[in-house]
Design a protein around this ligand. Structure first.
Ligand code: SAH
Length: 219
């Protein structure tokens, strides 16, 4: 099939994804839906599984990591309640897909990836697709990105056991963080953290499975 026809086919698949996996569940935020309609998810998955790019599931992207299920990306994005201009920090760049979705809503995205090869690939891919607003850093996201703090929103896309304190510190007053928390390799809860008067309030959103949040050992 010529690439023109392929693009049309992928566009149709995206529309079905948005209707059946997002709108038919509980995604109603118009900015999130518009972003999910726009981002070429098939560009963020390995070539040999592109035909599954819009399926209702997470997919392997190599290095033992995954690109999250479309619904999970949309649910986390919706909960961040972004406005154009919001400054966002993502921990766990992975394929770069979540960062691209965020970049359709606001133009100030910082993302950190611990697996160097993945981070480099995502950086190139985001650049090629025109997402110049996304800055990718390689390293342990536990420490956040202090030079760019504070952030209106923080999204952690790997499952941690506890909420990293540096991330709480780097959240703006009134800011929101979404993070999967729970036991290693178990079912975790997606937690929404809101910071008010320097204190945090947390709320469980739903049970989720995520690849683990890893750490670089300090000497
Ligand atoms: N947001 C990604 C999903 C990636 S899966 C996407 O849209 O494709 C989670 C990612 O978090 C993995 O790539 C993993 O390597 C990364 N990760 C795990 N622990 C991390 C840490 N401490 N700092 C930064 N990235 C981390």
């Amino acid at each position: 099939m010529g690439s023109g026809l392929c693009q049309v086919n992928y566009m149709a698949q995206r529309e079905v994804m948005v209707q059946s996996q997002l709108i038919n569940r509980d995604i109603s935020d118009t900015a999130t839906l518009a972003a999910m309609r726009k981002v070429l998810r098939h560009e963020f998955v390995p070539e040999n599984i592109r035909d599954m790019a819009y399926a209702d599931r997470a997919l392997s992207i190599g290095f033992d990591q995954t690109i999250s299920q479309p619904y999970m990306v949309a649910a986390m994005t919706q909960e961040l309640k972004l406005k154009p201009g919001s400054k966002v920090l993502e921990i766990g760049t992975g394929s770069g897909y979540q960062a691209a979705v965020l970049a359709e809503i606001t133009d100030s995205i910082y993302t950190i990836e611990i697996v160097e090869s993945l981070g480099k690939l995502a950086k190139e891919r985001l650049k090629r697709l025109g997402y110049d607003a996304v800055l990718v850093k390689l390293g342990d996201g536990y420490h956040g990105w202090p030079e760019k703090a504070p952030f209106d929103a923080i999204v952690v896309t790997a499952g941690a056991e506890t909420i990293p304190l540096p991330l709480v510190e780097q959240l703006k007053e009134g800011g929101r963080m979404i993070i999967p928390i729970g036991p290693h390799n178990g079912v975790r809860q997606l937690i929404r953290v809101v910071k008010r008067n320097g204190k945090i309030k947390t709320k469980e959103m739903m049970a989720v499975r995520f690849v683990p949040f890893t750490r670089i050992k300090e000497h």
